[in-house]
Design a protein around this ligand. Structure first.
Ligand code: FE
Ligand code: MN
Length: 330
């Protein structure tokens, strides 16, 4: 039995299980359940509508992040259902993919809720992935890694097609959810630290908690495929992945610099670039690849301020503690 492309696996027989970690991620996801309506947008609406509270540049930052995430969540959901699900034949992994797809629907719902409560123009927000170059470049980069898998005739049959499948997994789990989401997380949580748009900030904290599990599941899936098919993890392919991640870092730093020009929120653009490099090194290590940047974390508060298990009471009756252990900043 193997985790993907296993013709002998009966996808309807989840017991007995082989990959217990997939089951654990499923249970952790369920334990973290939340919906955007549980977070009040009252203060955000007041701040958004009163002149002078949120500066013009802060408004641009918020709109750019809402524009990026509004469509990125759907891109991720569609990748699970249309590209991944068919080929991940193991039933407990499929159970997790269904859970993750639901969470992406919750995240998509969050941006509907934000648009509705702030009275934003949906055409403007939902066309940003076509009209704003720094967003378009990120999305096109990830979508480019998955195109060949979306072809209905694609099957994982050999080294070449296994590597194509891994490119999709790395594109979505490591680059989209693991790198492209993180400058935005840092910006929105930084606003919240300044008592600005605290409702959206809290929703971003819950999204980040979910994403940290998506990312961990994705990396375990990738590692398992590599363990079961070691011939695909060639030096050349490893180098290709390092180059993909380096390119992703340039796209994410361009996004961060445009969204958060110097001086905004007391953070310089170069700190965002450092943060993206620090995050990228963590992702490389998680894939068993060497660090590229060796950049220290400029935002220690990202690990501290978002530890929901310690300081949040809001969901305490439902989420007793953060299920993946330790910091959210996976
Ligand atoms: Fe998401
Ligand atoms: Mn996700």
């Amino acid at each position: 039995m193997s985790i993907i492309k296993d013709k002998k696996t009966d996808p309807n027989k989840i017991l007995p299980m082989k990959y217990l970690w997939a089951r654990t991620y499923y249970k952790n996801g369920v334990a973290n359940n939340w919906t955007p309506e549980e977070v009040s947008m009252q203060l955000d609406v007041e701040q958004w509508k009163s002149p002078g509270v949120i500066s013009a540049k802060e408004r641009e930052l918020i709109l750019l992040n809402l524009g990026f995430f509004a469509t990125a969540e759907s891109l991720t959901a569609n990748n699970i259902v249309l590209a991944l699900y068919k080929h991940v034949t193991n039933p407990e992994c499929r159970q997790y993919l269904l859970r993750q797809a639901f969470e992406e629907a919750v995240h998509t719902d969050t941006f509907i809720y934000c648009c509705d409560s702030l009275g934003l123009d949906p055409d403007m927000i939902y066309s940003m992935y076509e009209t704003v170059d720094v967003i378009k470049a990120k999305d096109e980069f990830v979508v480019g890694l998955t195109k060949s898998i979306l072809n209905g005739n694609f099957e994982v049959v050999d080294t070449n097609t296994t590597q194509m499948f891994l490119r999709d997994l790395i594109g979505f789990y490591v680059i989209m959810e693991g790198i492209f989401f993180y400058a935005g997380f840092a910006m929105m949580l930084s606003l919240k630290r300044h008592q600005k748009m605290v409702g959206i900030g809290e929703q971003f904290e819950y999204i980040m908690r979910d994403e940290s599990i998506h990312l961990a599941f994705g990396c375990d899936l990738i590692s398992t495929i590599i363990q079961e098919n070691p011939e695909v993890w060639t030096a050349e392919f490893q180098q290709e992945i390092v180059e993909l991640i380096k390119h992703a870092v340039t796209l994410e730093t361009a996004y961060a610099v445009q969204a958060c020009p110097d001086g905004l929120l007391g953070i310089s653009s170069s700190q965002f670039c450092d943060y993206v490099e620090y995050i990228a090194d963590r992702r490389l290590l998680r894939l068993g690849l060497p660090k590229v940047y060796h950049t220290p974390n400029p935002f220690l508060w990202m690990s501290e301020a978002t530890d929901l298990s310690k300081e949040k009471n809001f969901f305490e009756t439902r989420v007793t503690e953060y299920q993946s252990g330790g910091s959210l900043e996976w």
